[in-house]
Every structure is written in C-alpha cells, then in structure tokens.
Ligand binder design. Structure first.
Ligand code: AMP
Ligand code: GLY
Length: 412
C-alpha cells in the first residue's frame, strides 16, 4: 500500500496500520512521522511512475491522501494497470480541482450553495463587483491549498483579490459568490459511486487567530463529532451528498473514495461552501481516532464497488485536534525549527504534518507542522487533554489557536 505525500496524512497511515488486513505498508514519501509505520517510497509527483512502481511491487491497495495527485489522475493511472485505489478519478476529482465545475454541477442538480458567477476577464469581474458590492466572496477556481479564498467586506479588498487572481500573465478563473452567514461544519462520506456512508460531522477552524480573526489558513483545528441536529444531518445526506454522487453518475462519472462537503449551516438550511475529493485536514486527524471500523476494509470495499451493506462503528466520546503552525504561517512559514515532541500520555495523539527528520533531530518543514489530538469522554475532556499537552511540545514560535472547539462546546 502506498500513499502520496501531503500534510496531515500521518493520521491515515496510523489508522491503516491498525488493520489486520495489512502486512506491509509503504508511504510515498510524506513526513518524519511516517517512518516508523511504513517503508518510505521515493515520489517526484509523477503518478504514472508511482503506478508502475506499485505494479512492480504487487501493491494490493493504495489510499490517496491529498488532492494534487488526484487532480493529476493518480486513480486513473492505477486503475489502468488493474490496481485497486481508494480515491476518485481525475474527472471525479474536478469537484475539488475546479470550483467553477463544482458550482456548475451543484446548479445542475439543485444542490444548495451560494449564488455565484464565474469570471476569467478581470474587467468584467471588476464591473460585476461594482454592480453587486460587498460583502462578497472571491475564490480562485483552481487548487490553492485552502488559501485561495477572500471574504471581502470592503470594495478595495474585493478588487485587490480579483486583480491578484486574474491579472497574472497566465490568466485565471475566479468564482465570485454570495456571502453566507451561519455556522460552518464538515461532513465527509465514503462512497463507491452508489452507496454513500457519511462519517460523523466535524468542524474545522479556518482562520489563523482566536475568535475567527486573521487570515484564512488550511485549517487550524477540528473537533468531532460536531453536534449537528439530526434533521440537518439528514438534509445534508438527501439534499447534498446524494444528488452530488448521483449527478456525477448521470454524467458518466463514478466517484470512489471519500468526499468532503464543507458546509455553511444557514437559516435556510445547509449550503455547500466547497467540495473536496479527499479527507479534510485537520478533520481527518480528529475523526480517524474515533473510527472503530477497519479503514482498510472499508477502502477495499469502496475501491471494488462493494460498499453496500457496510456500516461504521465509532468509539464513544469526542476528539479535538489543535494544529501547531510555524511562525509566519500562512504567508511565509519559517522552516528548519528544531522540534521536541515528548511521548504523549494516554488520550493524546500527535500526528506530524510538515516535519522532517535529519541527523536524529526533528525539524519543522512546512506551514502546519504538528497536530495534537485529544480524545475524551466528551469534547471538554478532549480539549483539556490536547491543551494540557501542547506546552510540553518544544516548538519555539509555534502559532496555535486557544479557542478550538469553543463554539461546538457552546452548542453541545
Ligand atoms: P472554501 O475553500 O471555498 O471552503 O472557503 C474557505 C473558507 O472561506 C470557508 O471555510 C469559509 O470560512 C469562507 N467562505 C467560503 N465561501 C463562503 C461564502 N459563500 N460565504 C461566507 N464565507 C465563505
Ligand atoms: N479542512 C479543510 C480542508 O481540508 O480543505
């Protein structure tokens, strides 16, 4: 089994390693946290070369973590060689690879989302901006590692975002959409293109600073389960997940893997902010430790189109992931900071993201560096455990939010 690289992927490897179905694990190549669990495989981003390697090694199943290789067509490359892979094909991954495509799909199948327009021409985009005014949300249509979105409350910021995205020599595409108000939540689901098996709801924290202030990030922390009303959860299944998977199928695309629905819970009901073609980061770090079912067995069933009849079992309690990010993140993260991670106590897990092991020393190697996950009987205990451990981690200048889970605590 092999894994292309990516942040937060250690949680997936950690979970896979617990499966009785696994005798050998490979990871391509990832981070320092993976080395004890898997044999590291060289990876230069070439999906065909990795598929050749997997064929040569007789790899039984491959799980894909991040979006870039999915959008590159890693699933197609593996399937072409008769190899089993958990992850959508290039066409199916367009739900994340192109926000313009995702919006069009939602429109065709009546999936609730913000009203929108797509622009490639900066002049037309700026004209539209003058016409509709603020607040408005401006999104890079392509992959942007969670950093391509500007929520603008003044025209100057909005114009600047449009210019930044469209005025480059290579051009670009923006989605401009209606600003939605409400509480954010995430629902992930496993699907083989037919059966849809939602995971527990979770909640990310997208802004860098406490109180949802500061710049957008890839995600600074997550809690699971997010206390979503059962009726709302059913609406997410019926109004969002089902029409998405069935709509894709109607267009000849069978989605196999995990689908991510980023939601705004508005007064009118749940609306889609974005779809991703993979597990969320850091949602996965919070969710996977709660999952009792064998992820590898589930992934096999997904890859083989046998998900019907599968069930998920979850451990009691709750989980909270707090991200430790490098100083300077997200604009300009400082790399090469020496880290010290002591052995975590019972109820705490540390998943690596941007780390590197060199000369016996652990170094920071990216924006989001470590994930500290607390598990507890309830969210309060989970948070207490995570936050009690963080001061013991040696990571000078680390940025982290002190208010992860507070909104979910208030709701629950
Ligand atoms: P996205 O990558 O599309 O999920 O956007 C990143 C973040 O921007 C979301 O998690 C929200 O916090 C915010 N956002 C995106 N779209 C909207 C919208 N239409 N209204 C309000 N906030 C939004
Ligand atoms: N947590 C947001 C994402 O994975 O894109």
């Amino acid at each position: 089994m092999a894994f292309p690289p990516g942040e937060g992927l250690k949680a997936l490897l950690w979970k896979a390693a617990q499966s009785p179905l696994v005798d050998r694990l490979y990871a391509a190549p990832g981070n320092a946290g993976m080395a004890p669990l898997a044999e590291l495989v060289p990876w230069n981003g070439d999906v065909e070369a990795l598929a050749d390697w997997a064929l040569g090694e007789g790899i039984d199943l491959t799980l894909v973590g991040p979006e870039a290789p999915l959008v590159e067509g890693i699933a197609d490359a593996f399937q072409k060689r008769g190899l089993l892979i958990f992850g959508p094909t290039q066409k199916a991954a367009m739900i994340e690879g192109s926000k313009a495509f995702a919006k069009g799909l939602m429109e065709r199948y009546g999936i609730p989302t913000a009203r929108y327009r797509v622009f490639q021409d900066p002049i037309l985009a700026l004209e539209y901006l003058e016409e509709v005014g603020v607040p408005i949300v401006i999104k890079d249509s392509g992959l942007a590692a969670g950093k391509g979105v500007t929520v603008a409350f003044d025209l100057h910021t909005a114009k600047q975002a449009v210019s930044n995205l469209l005025s480059g020599p290579e051009g670009g595409e923006v989605v401009m959409e209606e600003y939605l108000e409400g509480e954010e939540a995430t629902v992930l689901a496993l699907t083989d293109g037919e059966t849809i098996l939602p995971l527990l709801p979770s909640q990310d924290h997208k802004r860098l600073l406490d109180g949802d202030q500061g710049p957008m990030t890839g995600g600074m922390g997550a809690v699971a389960p997010y206390p979503m009303d059962a009726a709302i959860f059913r609406r997410v299944e019926e109004e969002i997940l089902k029409p998405l998977i069935q709509g894709l199928r109607a267009e000849g695309v069978v989605y196999r893997g995990v689908v991510y629905a980023g939601l705004m819970l508005t007064r009118e009901g749940p609306k889609v902010l974005e779809f991703n073609a993979r597990f969320g980061d850091p949602e996965a770090q919070a969710l996977l430790p709660l999952l009792q079912s064998d992820l590898v067995e589930l992934a096999l069933r997904v890859a083989e189109g046998r998900l019907k009849g599968a069930e998920l079992s979850w451990r009691e309690g709750a989980s909270a992931c707090v991200v430790l990010a490098a100083p300077g993140y997200p604009e300009n993260p400082r790399k090469g900071i020496p880290l010290h991670v002591p052995e975590p106590p019972e109820g705490v897990l540390v998943f690596h993201a941007g780390t590197r092991l060199e000369g016996g020393v652990l170094w920071s190697q990216g924006g989001r560096v470590l994930n500290v996950v607390g598990l507890g009987q309830d969210l309060k205990e989970a948070l207490e455990r995570a936050y009690a451990f963080i001061p013991r981690v040696g990571f000078p200048g680390a940025q982290y939010r002190k208010d992860i889970g507070l909104r979910a605590l208030k709701r629950g």
